[in-house]
Design a protein around this ligand. Structure first.
Ligand SMILES: [Zn+2]
Length: 78
């Protein structure tokens, strides 16, 4: 197993989980991070505006899974 592949695998796994339960997540309007529906302020940019739409969450999860670095999947912070 190549250790360098682990972060991407973990990322894909998390994105898959989000797509299976989009109702538990929402998308930050400030930075596009995906946070859990319980989150009140974005841990990345401290915005209070979120889009809870399931289609938006699914679309964003796919986009984040494809991206290699830097973007935040902060659903594990809440
Ligand atoms: Zn944000």
């Amino acid at each position: 197993m190549c250790p360098a592949e682990l972060p991407m695998n973990e990322r894909s796994r998390q994105a898959a989980k989000i797509q299976e339960n989009p109702q538990d997540y929402k998308v930050c309007e400030g930075c596009g991070s995906i946070v859990t529906s319980r989150t009140t302020a974005c841990p990345s940019c401290h915005a209070y505006q979120f889009d809870p739409g399931e289609q938006r969450v699914i679309k964003q999860a796919r986009a984040l899974a494809r991206r290699n670095a830097n973007s935040v999947l902060s659903s594990d912070l809440a």
